[in-house]
Design a binder for this molecule. Structure first.
Ligand SMILES: [Zn+2]
Length: 297
């Protein structure tokens, strides 16, 4: 009789243990998420993803560097995407054109024509986007690329060109207003890209902003060269971002807005919306709708 009760207790405990392990044998994050502070969740989730990919966090991102810290905080959601089916970046900022080209060569890439634009994305991301688009069209809506081919795949040189398209007009603007001297502007122009990014972020802390309308950080307007999610072929800028219904359809297919204040920009994470908090992301509701951003201070 006691033996039977003991056996029942053992079976019950084993069952409870199994429930905390998902089908892949990994511990579920859900309970952990609720009991830990937010920043621990993003970081531990990132650490686990890097470990699965055989990467060390010290090689992935230098957190002593101010630019790298900003990249993690502002664009970090992509590093928590589905790492089984998608190729995620091995570093938080690519240092050169060559490293981006090598990374993109390893991907399965799909091409599609939408309207006048031929866009490229990682295959899974493209399949999900086209499925979302079909669903949108059935509902009398549409999902189309903003600014042509640049809405999806970008190369390192594209990110550099976009950076310059904000950087140089802003230098001229602040020089005319007397916030920067002519020699400041010349010095900033002659810096290396990395040093330029650092200098811009420092100036922005003093309210000298480099976005297109000079009202907010340049990072909410274009990414620092080498840091754009578009380099991973997992980002898509949609014209129809203001339609809540379109955003809901994209979300059902794994596409979410993950860069605060970059409203047309969607990221393919390839996971269900209900699983995002357990991945280390938190939902930020703003005037223009929702964003899923890294859950860190
Ligand atoms: Zn974008």
């Amino acid at each position: 009789m006691f033996k039977t009760i003991k056996a029942f207790i053992l079976i019950f405990c084993f069952g409870a243990f199994l429930q905390s392990v998902n089908a892949d044998g990994n511990l579920k994050f859900t309970d952990y998420n609720e009991s830990k502070t937010s920043s621990v969740v993003f970081r531990s989730s990132l650490e686990m993803s890097l470990a699965r990919r055989g990467l060390k966090s010290a090689d992935f991102c230098d957190e002593n560097d101010a630019v790298s810290r900003r990249v993690l905080k502002d664009y970090g959601a992509i590093f928590l995407a589905d790492d089984k089916n998608l190729l995620l970046p091995p570093v938080c900022i690519f240092a050169s054109e060559v490293s981006v080209t090598d990374f993109q060569k390893q991907m399965r890439i799909a091409r599609a024509r939408i309207g006048d634009a031929e866009i490229e994305l990682q295959s899974e991301a493209m399949n999900a986007l086209l499925a979302a688009r079909r669903e949108a069209i059935t509902a009398g809506l549409n999902i189309t690329p903003r600014d042509g081919a640049e809405a999806a795949r970008r190369d390192y040189s594209d990110t550099l060109r976009l950076w310059n398209s904000r950087f140089f007009p802003a230098l001229e603007h602040w020089r005319r207003l007397g916030k920067l001297t002519r020699s400041d502007a010349e010095r900033l122009s002659s810096l290396s890209t990395q040093a330029q990014i650092e200098a811009v972020l420092e100036l922005e802390e003093r309210g000298v902003f480099f976005s297109k309308d000079f009202s907010k950080s340049i990072l909410y307007s274009v990414a620092a060269p080498g840091a754009s999610q578009h380099l991973s072929l997992l980002a898509f800028d949609a014209n129809e971002y203001e339609h809540e219904k379109v955003r809901r359809i994209l979300a059902r297919h794994g596409w979410f807005r993950t860069v605060k204040n970059d409203s047309p920009h969607f990221t393919f994470l390839g996971v269900r919306e209900k699983d995002l908090p357990a991945r280390g992301l938190r939902k930020l509701e703003s005037f223009g709708g929702e964003f899923w951003i890294p859950n860190m201070q």
